[in-house]
Write a protein that binds this ligand. Structure first.
Ligand code: FCB
Length: 511
């Protein structure tokens, strides 16, 4: 199932959720907002603290192309995209936005629109083509040039070590369920910090580790396409070990390094006010939002399951708690949309055996571990990508993370929306993507309000710089602030990109 199919299914689920008595009351109570009303708390004048970092995020596989150039090895996403029937439209990312060659031009655009932080990822198979052994000098040199160019432009390089493109050779050795990969990842992290740590000071080991483990091994929507709950549990545990080990090897190789995260998070609201649904929403939060955060902060898993934590299935060994636990320097997470959650057992009158867990698994069958059903509501407007817009949720999410973990430094690592607007001849070729501007215009005051209420948010990264290869959706979604014509790689800064540039320059919302 690709993301759009998942969302469509979620919307169906949400439709029935909305019809359920008590839902609206619960939602209102949970958010304090009137359902369907987009509340704006600071109008169009939201201010941000001095030095706030306005930024944009990308990932290697989605933009670089050059898939087999300069000694790069094959990744699991190359293999997946080259497999018939996996990617919408039958496309692949062999060329994508050709950012591997065009990065100087793309960094010029970042500079032109006043960006201060660029979150990009490094493709592991460019550095170690088979995932182990000596680094490939050409790969390192490439990223070294990217970093130099960013620094010349006065832009902070924020490096994600892993945005889903595992070397295929490591998958052939068992992939993330094989705990040896934690050591391999830690070696890779050390290589990067040694060669680039004189200039990069901000590192995030994994982009959305939950997605890596669950969509890759739990329901098979993403490569390597396995669908086994035990493989998911094992993969997630290896990722947790890898996060801890990478933290240490980055710090050992670079005294300037700060290490945080880039988790995917969706605030969860109980479908009704029943204790069962409230507990299910908390399980969702533990399972989907902080499963990799609390292991780092406390060295133990959060209470995500209705059964005792399944240590045996995870492959947990004594002492693993000490490997996982590391004092993250800051907490980074994405925000796109919210979830309404109910207890699966209550929903089926105690017979939950045939119900799917979390909506990303709507295609799957019964999950006796989490016993929850999560749906994306459709009360707010939907983007062209099918995600509900509910700005208030970024306030709820940021304030919760801030409160629960004693006011850490926070970076918003991604937020954005897909709209298919294209250059318009009658407007001199401009891309009038007013809906994207409106999306940020509604969201950013909620973020400013969380900051005013004490959250120490220091950066916001819009997703994304360029229209790009949107995973299993191929080129059918457009998240960019810059339009890409994939026929000739022409870039056109959309109206939203120009607007976001003015926001960055003013450090507040502008007209
Ligand atoms: C996030 C991913 C990113 C992109 C956006 C739309 O979940 O991190 O690569 O696909 O969604």
């Amino acid at each position: 199932m690709n993301r759009r199919e998942f969302l469509n299914q979620s919307a169906v689920l949400a439709g029935s959720a909305l019809a359920a008595p008590g839902h609206l009351a619960a939602l209102t109570a949970a958010t304090g907002a009137r359902p369907g009303i987009q509340e704006q708390h600071q109008g169009s004048t939201a201010n941000f603290p001095e030095g706030f970092l306005w930024g944009i995020a990308t990932s290697a596989f989605q933009v670089e192309g050059a898939w087999s150039e300069d000694g790069k090895g094959e990744s699991i996403w190359d293999r997946f995209a080259h497999t018939t029937g996996k990617i919408k439209g039958g496309t692949n990312a062999d060329v994508a936005c050709d950012h591997y060659h065009r990065y100087p031009q793309d960094i010029e655009i970042l500079k032109r629109i006043n960006q201060k932080s660029f979150r990009f990822s490094i493709a592991w198979p460019r550095i170690q083509p088979t995932g182990t052994g000596a680094p490939n000098a050409k790969g390192l040199d490439h990223y070294s040039r990217v970093v130099d160019k960013l620094m010349e432009a006065g832009i902070r390089p924020f490096c994600t070590l892993y945005h889903w493109d595992l070397p295929q050779a490591l998958e052939d050795r068992g992939g993330w369920p094989n705990r040896d990969l934690a050591g391999n990842f830690s070696d890779y992290a050390g290589i990067l910090a040694k060669h680039l740590g004189d200039r990069i000071t901000v590192w995030a080991p994994f982009n959305m580790p939950w997605t890596v483990a669950y969509l890759g091994y739990g329901n098979g929507a993403f490569p390597p396409g396995r669908a086994s709950y035990t493989d998911f549990l094992k993969a997630a545990h290896t990722l947790n070990l890898a996060q801890g080990q990478a933290f240490r090897s980055i710090k050992a190789a670079s005294s300037k390094a700060t290490v945080g995260s880039a988790y995917g998070m969706s605030p969860a609201y109980p479908k009704t006010e029943s204790e069962a649904d409230k507990a299910a929403a908390e399980r969702y939060h533990a399972f989907n939002n902080v499963y990799f955060l609390e292991t780092a902060l406390y060295g133990r898993y959060p209470k995500a399951f209705v059964v005792p934590t399944p240590y045996e299935e995870m492959g947990f060994r004594p002492g693993d708690e000490r490997i996982m636990q590391v004092p993250l320097d800051w907490i980074g997470f994405h925000f796109y949309t919210r979830r309404v959650v109910e207890d699966a057992r209550a929903a089926r009158g105690g017979n939950a055996g045939s119900l799917a867990t979390e909506t990303e698994d709507t295609a799957g069958g019964g999950d006796r571990w989490t016993q929850l059903i999560a749906a994306m509501p459709t009360e707010g407007p939907l983007t062209d990508g099918g995600l509900e817009i509910w700005p208030r949720s970024i306030y709820d999410l940021v304030t919760r993370i801030s409160r629960d973990y004693d006011h850490p430094i926070i970076e918003i690592t991604e937020s954005g929306c897909s709209y298919l607007d294209a250059p318009y001849a009658r407007e001199n070729g401009r891309v009038p993507d007013a809906r994207r501007i409106e999306f940020f215009r509604r969201e950013l005051p909620e973020l400013a309000r969380a900051i005013a209420d004490g959250a120490r948010v220091r950066a916001f990264h819009a997703w994304s710089l360029l229209d790009n290869f949107e995973w299993a959706d191929g080129y059918t979604e457009r998240y960019g602030l810059v339009y890409v014509d994939f026929r000739d790689q022409t870039r056109t800064v959309k109206d939203s990109g120009l607007w976001y540039g003015r926001v960055a320059a003013a450090n507040r919302l502008v007209e």
